[in-house]
Design a protein. Structure first.
Length: 130
């Protein structure tokens, strides 16, 4: 029986699943918005949100915990950066949003965008009108 077991297996072994979540979390923190399958996005939300709560209090111990789970120095530096922490300091949780974007062409898998709630699209560069 599967009582009180959280998380999906995603058709992978334990080590593959850990590596997948580490890579997806690093990509989300560095680019602030990624496209993946809906199930992976829901799992990633559970994996990433505790890191943001951890980053609200900048300490060496918290940085080491994040580094052990993320494995990317750039992602940890961005996560614990002053501007990133200020964005979420007044928010008690719910740092990410998942937007459904349809089906993947090859296998009709449900696709989704996962992004931070305060993410804004970058301004398109205006081309010079000559």
């Amino acid at each position: 029986m599967r009582h009180n077991v959280s998380g999906k297996r995603l058709g992978r072994t334990t080590n593959q699943r850990k590596a997948l979540m580490k890579n997806l979390a690093t990509a989300l923190i560095e680019s602030e918005r990624i496209e993946t399958t809906l199930v992976k996005a829901k799992e990633l939300r559970m994996y990433v949100e505790p890191f943001i709560t951890l980053a609200k209090e900048d300490s060496v111990a918290n940085r080491r915990l994040a580094m052990a789970r993320l494995g990317s120095k750039d992602a940890v530096q961005k996560l614990f950066g002053a501007d990133f922490r200020k964005r979420f300091e007044s928010r008690p949780g719910g740092y990410t949003r998942i937007l459904k974007v349809g089906h993947r062409l090859g296998d009709a898998a449900d696709m989704a965008l996962i992004e931070f709630v305060d993410y804004t699209l970058p301004e398109p560069k205006a081309e010079d009108a000559e």
